[in-house]
Design a protein around this ligand. Structure first.
Ligand SMILES: *Cc1c(COP(=O)(O)O)cnc(C)c1O
Length: 422
């Protein structure tokens, strides 16, 4: 498609956007009395308007039924989380039984490490990307120390090449070869939070599996943002948070994937609790743990319903739209944003370098050469919510549910005015 940097062109794209109706189904913060242009769905998605009723229902059931709500609420609490598995499995390309919703992301990574990081004298090394999200680094380091090992010679990082802003799959593959049978686990963020790169999860997973090591993915920036086929790729395990592209609300429930080959097994090391034991016999309060037949075996506690309900609300949209329509809009919208950036670049002295490689979801990370924090402040003051990373990178994530083509056009105008106003 031949893009044009005009309001009419952008509005025409909105006119033929099948998802355009979803804009009205979200709440927008206001700046100067107008809805903001929201680019930080990669940090915290906007609130869907239907979320409140899901939460209100739980509050009402709690008020009116109290403990009886566990079994007699319209959506009973004792198995409330099970409602999420099916729609969520579609989003991540899994079988329903491979998916569960529980806890929060870092907690779940720790729990999955209990099952999938079993270092031995020989096989103990972990491979990850350099400068992984800090929580993932702390998680890995503390797990390694917990096993009595030294992170310095246990955690191996794949680096970017000198002068490049992205990781190369072949460098990851050759690192895996280099570590050989000392490799216990590969755990990488499927979409990098900083540069927006999508890793070749299919190739890397197949490579790791061929070595006998485990492979897990942190999908915080991937879920709801790119196509995932966790089952077909034969991933061992994965976890993600739901408050970024999945719009479930701050700190709300996380999701996990456990490959079906690890289900229905008592020989898997796991930290266990009563919500992971078979629901048919759970309330017999037996001393013996009988794992649920699905990924719910990793559940510990009765579910935090007020944190799970908003996730169910948001999954309704994913069900209605489907990932392929969402991704189709996302690709066009991000391509249009890229075009707008190049157009503005031509009209001002500063140069923009998009450091996101072509393997991407909706995020574009942009190095604004010659600009600094004042430009970011200008954007925020003028109704563009984005985020700033030192020295001068802004991350722009136009989430397809609630960002429009007109937003991209208007952003370009504000950006240009901000640079020219210096
Ligand atoms: C957002 C994000 C997290 C956040 O972890 P929480 O436990 O939900 O606070 C962790 N890892 C990655 C890669 C992230 O992008």
């Amino acid at each position: 498609m031949q893009f044009e940097n005009t309001l009419t062109f952008a509005q025409n794209l909105d006119g033929s956007d099948r998802l355009a109706g979803y804009r009205d189904k979200f709440h927008y913060p206001q700046i100067n009395g107008k809805d903001v242009i929201y680019f930080t769905g990669n940090s915290l998605g906007l609130q869907p308007k239907n979320t409140r009723s899901y939460v209100d229902d739980v509050m009402k059931d709690w008020a009116e039924l109290a403990v009886e709500g566990h079994f007699y609420a319209e959506k009973p609490w004792w198995d409330y989380h099970e409602r999420l598995a099916k729609p969520l499995a579609k989003v991540v390309g899994a079988k329903t039984e491979e998916v569960s919703v529980m806890n929060t992301l870092t907690v779940n990574l720790h729990l999955l490490m209990v099952s999938f990081y079993r270092p031995t004298q020989k096989r103990f090394k972990i491979l990850c990307e350099e400068k992984a999200f800090p929580s993932d680094q702390y998680m890995l380091q503390s797990q390694v120390r917990f096993h009595g090992l030294d992170p310095d010679n246990t955690i191996i990082e794949v680096k970017k090449r000198e002068g490049e802003h992205f990781w190369r799959t072949e460098d990851i593959v050759s690192k895996i070869d280099e570590i050989g049978d000392e490799l216990a686990l590969v755990l990488i963020g499927g979409v990098n939070y900083y540069n927006g790169q999508v890793f070749d999860m299919k190739t890397i997973t197949a490579k790791v599996r061929s070595t006998g090591a485990f492979v897990g993915w942190d999908l915080a920036h991937a879920v709801g943002n790119i196509e995932l086929k966790l089952h077909d790729w034969d991933v061992d395990f994965a976890a993600w948070c739901s408050y970024k592209y999945m719009n479930s609300g701050p700190g709300n429930a996380s999701g996990i994937f456990v490959n079906e080959r690890y289900l229905n097994r008592k020989d898997i090391p796991r930290f266990e609790g009563w919500w992971g034991t078979k629901k048919e016999t759970r309330f017999l309060m037996k001393p013996e743990f009988e794992p649920m037949h699905n990924a719910d075996a990793w559940q510990l506690s009765n579910a935090p319903i007020l944190s799970v309900a908003p996730y169910l609300a948001s999954l309704q949209f994913f069900e209605e739209v489907g990932m392929s329509a969402l991704l189709e809009k996302q690709q066009l919208l991000t391509a249009y944003l890229e075009f707008i950036l190049h157009e503005v670049d031509k009209q001002v002295d500063s140069t923009f370098e998009i450091i996101t490689p072509k393997e991407r979801g909706c995020q574009l990370s942009v190095f604004l050469h010659g600009e600094g924090r004042p430009l970011f402040d200008y954007l925020m003051k003028n109704g563009v919510i984005t985020d700033w990373r030192e020295p001068n990178v802004i991350r722009l994530a136009p989430a397809p549910f609630y960002c429009s083509f007109e937003d991209m056009y208007r952003f370009g105008e504000i950006l240009k005015a901000g640079i020219l106003s210096k």
